[in-house]
Write a protein that binds this ligand. Structure first.
Ligand code: NMX
Ligand code: MLT
Length: 432
């Protein structure tokens, strides 16, 4: 299998590289930490390593060193498609090289062989309350896959530490193969009262997802590919990636770890902001019975802020410029459906909200993040049940966190355990 072959060659060299770095330069100081940071959600403290992606505050994400425009340009695409194979993106994240079309297709084919979902998991999903949020269902379904973990089985049989990445790779391929199908099942069960069309062996992952939820539209196939690629990774400190990494560091398998990561993604300050954001846009539209004037929108935004709430889709813990993942989706929408009313509203929000946030002077970054626009694309193509949007984020995020998890095992990273202090200790530190 292509990823296994590539990793088997790369891992010994990386292990040696890290070993030498720690041995010869392990005492190098890379940061200092303030009391404000300790109380402030550990913002900017450099304490994690990931070679899968890096977020530059002034530029945005680079996946394996490639910017979003480069990723979208360089990855191989299906014939006639505007957006690349998701399998190619996974190859890039795991291996660190832009794949050929054959290599991208090998990942896509590998996923097809692993796509079957045990019936008991589907039965369990069906037995949920109709009120269950789709993220509750997805997280539960991922946990339902846990008994199939090869990592867990091999660990309990007895496995050497330096072999642990092998079953982590197997589990990661299984999980990323099954997730789009689970997501489609949840969508069809909740909103289309019916069975999920099976995986079409002639379609790639993005197109298959569109097919499975009944949106047989070439443009939506591209939107799906774009969506999963853009949401895949955002370095290691964001809640969903960090939680997954933290849980897996105790040698929990990827099902335990990613289910926990999904629970973090379900928070409104993180992935759930995409459903909140579309809800916000639709509320504005409803309130003014149309796209409002700029003055009306400005006043609405102030009233919202003055009621103590955040504007979903704006601000970021690391970024200090418009998120390039926002820009990629915004440009796609402007190109394909410039007349759409919700898009026209989102464009006006992009104009007004940063001005208001700047005037208010609280948010360190008044610019839009990935969630400010993603729902507008989904809504345009008919996926209008916006409590489903964070599930889409989760399907994408699995690609990045599993790539990180494979490498964390490959480099035998230890259990994560930062130190906590008491307030009194911090007070004493501050007097020194
Ligand atoms: N609307 C109103 N106030 C905001 C916003 C916003 N969009 N962004 C930040 N602020 C406030 C923030 O609540 C804080 O207020 P206070 O001092 O009263 O606690 C102040 O500005 C300083 O916050 P920052 O340091 O700029 O932001 P922080 O790093 O703490 O949080 C977010 C980052 C993303 C949680 C924050 O910007 C936010 O709540 N945004 C809206 C929710 C959102 O879009 N989340 C999705 C992020 C991307 N994702 O997918 O995960
Ligand atoms: C993400 O994609 O995880 C979000 O932008 C949040 C973050 O990076 O902190």
């Amino acid at each position: 299998m292509i990823l296994l072959d590539k990793l088997s060659v790369q891992i010994p060299t990386w292990r040696e590289r890290v070993k030498i770095l720690i041995k010869e330069r392990g005492d190098t100081v890379i940061d200092h930490v303030t009391i404000e940071q300790v109380y402030g959600g550990m913002r900017d403290i450099k304490s994690l390593v990931s070679d899968i992606s890096y977020v530059d505050p002034a530029e945005g994400i680079r996946l394996r060193g490639y910017s979003i425009p480069e990723v979208l340009k360089l990855l191989p695409k299906p014939i006639g498609a505007e957006m690349p194979y998701v399998g190619g993106l996974y190859y890039l994240l795991v291996v660190g090289e832009i794949p050929t079309e054959t290599q991208a297709l090998e990942v896509e084919e590998e996923w097809k062989t692993r796509s079957e979902i045990p019936q008991n998991i589907l039965d369990c999903l069906v037995s949920n309350s109709p009120q269950s949020h789709p993220m509750t269902l997805l997280s539960q379904a991922v946990l339902g896959l846990q008994p199939g973990s090869q990592f867990s089985r091999r660990y309990h049989e007895g496995m050497k530490k330096d072999e642990q990445w092998l079953p982590m790779l197997e589990d990661s391929l299984d999980l990323t193969a099954k997730l789009p199908i689970l997501a489609a099942f949840i969508y069809n069960m909740k909103y289309r009262s019916g069975a999920t069309p099976g995986v079409d062996p002639n379609l790639d992952m993005g197109a298959n997802f569109a097919h499975m939820i009944g949106v047989d539209d070439k443009a939506y196939e591209d939107v799906s590919r774009l969506y999963f690629i853009l949401h895949s990774d955002h370095e290691l400190g964001n809640v969903s990636a960090h939680v997954t990494h933290l849980v897996a560091s105790s040698l929990s398998d990827i099902y335990f770890a990613f289910s926990a990561g999904l629970n973090g993604l379900a928070g409104p300050l993180h992935g759930l902001a995409n459903q909140e954001c579309l809800g916000w846009l639709l509320n504005v539209h409803k309130e003014f019975n149309n796209v409002p004037t700029k003055e009306q929108l400005r006043q609405y935004t102030w009233d919202w802020l003055n009621s103590g709430r955040v504007i979903p889709g704006y601000g970021h813990a690391v970024l200090r410029v418009p998120d390039p993942r926002f820009t990629a989706q915004f440009e796609y929408a402007q190109k394909h459906f410039p007349e759409d009313e919700i898009l026209r509203l989102a464009a006006m929000v992009y104009d007004i909200v940063p001005q208001v946030l700047r005037e208010q002077g609280k948010a360190k970054n008044p610019a839009p993040n990935v969630d400010a626009i993603s729902g507008t694309l989904q809504y345009h193509y008919g996926v209008r049940e916006f409590d489903f949007y964070t599930v889409l984020f989760g399907v994408g995020r699995a690609l990045g966190v599993t790539a990180n998890a494979i490498w964390a095992r490959a480099l035998c990273q230890p259990i994560e355990r930062p130190k906590s202090l008491t307030t009194q200790m911090l007070e004493e530190f501050s007097k020194k």
